[in-house]
Design a protein around this ligand. Structure first.
Ligand SMILES: O=P(O)(O)OC[C@@H](O)[C@@H](O)c1c[nH]c2ccccc12
Length: 260
């Protein structure tokens, strides 16, 4: 079993447990469920912002603990102040050390779109995302078939959420591209073996129609790479570890942005 298989096995159990603790009706009654989501499209195309989707990530299966000292609030405030277009917060506890509380804590600070970074396998998690302040949800093609991508993205959009579809290769892109997603992210990291190569982004960008926001994800650590990706046609850049691995992620993004 790959790590990804293990994550999904665990996730199915977690979702069933969550449904018992909090029903859909309970989630829909939460105050944040009523809020209107911020538009990823508007934020990405805002000229004062830089296209970075900056991620709060305490730990990962490939790196172990990355940063367990910086608080969600201090980090996301720094990300927004540095001109990020959106913020991503991991909510998986078992493998990434995150939680829905982190999402709520980020929402309380932010005026830009917030992505719930999670392994979504069930519509319940979309209601949960909305109820905890997310504006954007992630659908990972590597763990969903095309019918699931279609159904989950349509349901997410019906809740007002923005949808980021993540692909890693041409096969995933071709089978999962549907009009009910707003953005397509090319993950430079292979979730099955953790190898990272920017070539994935560079090879897929021209296969993504221009009606989608194009995002390059993972392994970005050099401002020069952003220039190269922009040139290739990307508008969004998902960056986590490069900022989180320093003692001060807010300062790290500021220094990075100064070199753009
Ligand atoms: O920390 P990095 O290498 O900058 O990557 C951020 C983000 O792309 C990565 O965390 C990620 C991309 N897709 C995911 C799916 C699940 C969990 C995590 C991810």
């Amino acid at each position: 079993m790959t790590i990804l298989d293990k994550i999904i096995v665990k996730k199915k159990v977690e979702v069933e447990q969550a449904k018992v603790i909090s029903t859909i009706a309970n989630l829909e009654a939460m105050p944040l469920f009523e809020r209107s989501c911020l538009s990823l499209h508007d934020s990405i195309h805002h000229t004062e912002r830089n296209g970075i989707i900056a991620e709060y990530k305490r730990a990962s299966p490939s790196k172990g603990i990355i940063n367990d000292r910086s608080s969600v609030a201090e980090v996301v405030v720094g990300y927004e102040a540095a001109g990020a277009s959106a913020v991503s917060v991991l909510t998986d506890r078992e493998f990434f050390g995150g939680s829905l509380n982190d999402l709520v804590a980020a929402r309380a600070e932010l005026h830009i779109p917030l992505l719930r970074k999670e392994f979504i396998i069930d519509a319940y998690q979309l209601v949960e995302a909305k109820a905890h302040g997310a504006d954007i949800i992630l659908l990972i093609a590597a763990v969903l078939d095309s019918k699931q991508v279609q159904a989950l993205s349509e349901f997410a959009q019906s809740l007002g959420l923005n949808v980021l579809l993540e692909v890693h290769n041409r096969e995933e892109l071709e089978r999962s591209m549907v009009d009910s997603v707003d953005a397509i992210g090319v993950n430079n990291r292979n979730l099955k073996d953790f190898s990272v190569s920017l070539d994935h982004s560079l090879e897929l960008v021209d296969l993504i129609p221009d009606r989608f926001i194009k995002v390059s994800e993972s392994g970005i650590s050099d401002p020069e790479t952003i220039r190269q990706l922009r040139q290739a046609g990307f508008q969004g850049f998902l960056i986590g570890e490069n900022f989180m691995k320093t003692g001060d992620p807010a300062q790290a993004i500021r220094e990075f942005v100064n070199l753009l």
